[in-house]
Design a protein around this ligand. Structure first.
Ligand code: EPZ
Length: 422
């Protein structure tokens, strides 16, 4: 398994291009199942999760062709031949469950394996099931698979989510586009990836209003056409790379970055002493003084502070002046990066969903282990300013959500390399 070696190497400067959003692409791809006509995505990120989703869609009979070095995905679901999403694929990537709603709407049936837990939590699907049953689906759990059917088609209904679940909102939104009548989603997720999905579905002929707010209204239509759609910028990759100059010092411009995608995150950076300026090319980031100030962070659904940036923010706060308290409210086990940061000299106390970080002057490089996607990149960020060498193992986690991380950081002056571990 590969390792990434980072050596603290002083201030950074230059530009980092931000790719299309993994979490938008992973819900836009299953949308192809809703139509017999081709759906083409541009600005797609080159990631292993995207390749996993391609494999899943192909197993259902869809055609997925990757063009221009993976930046364009040309898809067609004219002839679907299978309605079973196999455990072997789903267990690797939870987002595979996003084929449930579209398949149910298009075929009137779907069999999707429950994803099983993952490192950061149990991640049940009760909200997905609740929403789809409200549209008239009959869903039964058997042998670890959800067996769903809607022989007479789906019917519009009002669905109230007890929690603003991103995936449940996406699954039910896609299903509702082909349901008979009107569907109203209440307490829907408001993430930019939901808006990107709704924008693409509208291009395909869907009738959707209110995306980006807590109430989304969908008027079902008989069929959807094809479309071509650019994947929205990845706000989590953006926030991740904005933390590189925040941690190491210097100034970096994140190309393609848009302030509206990361407002609550930028508020916290400002409190910590980081300047963010929107330019016509992206977001320019520089640290105001030699050391950042401690800040408290609580993760919430959008537009609150994103849980997917919690680990990266913790890496910054490890060397802040003062004590920071981070509350993880979205997932039950998302502090696995803390013990690894402590190997680098960080002083962190974790109690349940709360981590208290006492800032130290400087971290020391050490061998550390990536445990999940966002934890892996937080260790690399910490290594940028640590004294000496940090060796991050199990970097396959990283490949799921970050394309060319070594090249992008090398490009702004980081001392970083990827080596094949013996
Ligand atoms: C999406 O996951 C993202 N993944 C996650 O990003 C992100 O952390 C999460 O939203 C929250 O923003 C993709 O978009 C592919 P949820 P999702 O449904 O849809 C509980 C990354 O690093 N819940 O909003 O699974 C659930 O257990 C990944 O890129 C239920 O209880 O998130 C969790 O605690 C990690 N029942 C919370 O809600 C359900 O039916 C948030 O889940 C569904 C969810």
């Amino acid at each position: 398994m590969d390792q990434i070696i980072v050596t603290g190497n002083g201030e950074l400067s230059g530009e980092i291009p931000i790719a299309g959003a993994k979490n938008a692409c992973l819900t836009l791809m299953p949308a192809t199942l809703l139509s017999e006509e081709p759906l083409t995505l541009t600005n797609a990120p080159r990631l292993s999760d995207i390749r996993t989703m391609s494999t899943l869609l192909q197993s259902l009979g869809a055609e997925v062709t990757s063009l221009q070095d993976g930046q364009v995905l040309a898809m067609s679901s004219h002839d679907l031949t299978n309605h079973v999403a196999d455990y072997d694929i789903v267990r690797k990537m939870r987002a595979s469950n996003l084929v449930l709603g579209p398949m149910l709407a298009r075929l009137g049936q779907a069999v999707v394996s429950l994803p099983g837990g993952c490192a950061i939590g149990a991640r049940p699907m009760d909200l997905h099931i609740h929403g789809l049953e409200a549209l008239g689906a009959e869903i039964e759990l058997r042998d670890g698979y959800l067996h769903a059917k809607a022989p007479g088609g789906l019917k519009g209904a009002t669905v109230e989510f007890s929690f603003a679940s991103v995936g449940a909102t996406e699954n039910v939104l896609m299903a509702a586009t082909l349901a008979k009548g009107t569907t109203v989603l209440k307490n829907a997720a408001r993430e930019p990836e939901i808006v990107d999905l709704a924008t693409c579905l509208r291009k395909m002929g869907a009738r959707i209003e209110g995306d980006g707010t807590s109430t989304i209204t969908i008027e079902g239509v008989d069929r959807l056409s094809g479309a071509t759609h650019p994947v929205v910028t990845d706000r989590i990759e953006l926030g991740t790379y904005m933390l590189a100059p925040a941690i190491a010092g210097g100034e970096v411009e994140c190309l393609g970055g848009k302030l509206h995608l990361v407002e609550s995150f930028v508020e916290k950076l400002d409190q910590a002493g980081i300047d963010v300026t929107e330019t016509d090319r992206g977001l320019k980031v520089r640290r105001r003084n030699g050391r950042v100030a401690a800040v408290d962070v609580t993760t919430e659904p959008f537009p609150g502070f994103p849980t997917d940036l919690q680990a990266q923010m913790m890496a910054l706060l490890c060397t802040a002046e003062g004590t920071s308290v981070l509350e993880e409210k979205i997932f039950e086990n998302r502090f696995m990066h803390a013990p690894e940061l402590m190997r680098m000299g960080a002083q962190i106390e974790v109690h349940g969903g709360t981590a208290t970080v006492h800032g130290v002057e400087r971290l020391k490089g050490a061998p550390v282990m990536a445990t999940d996607l966002r934890a892996s990149v937080s260790l690399i960020l910490a290594g940028l300013a640590a004294e000496g060498e940090t060796v991050v193992s199990r970097v396959y986690h990283l490949d799921r959500g970050y394309e060319h991380v070594v090249r992008k950081l090398e490009g702004v002056g980081a001392k970083i390399e990827r080596v094949k571990a013996e």
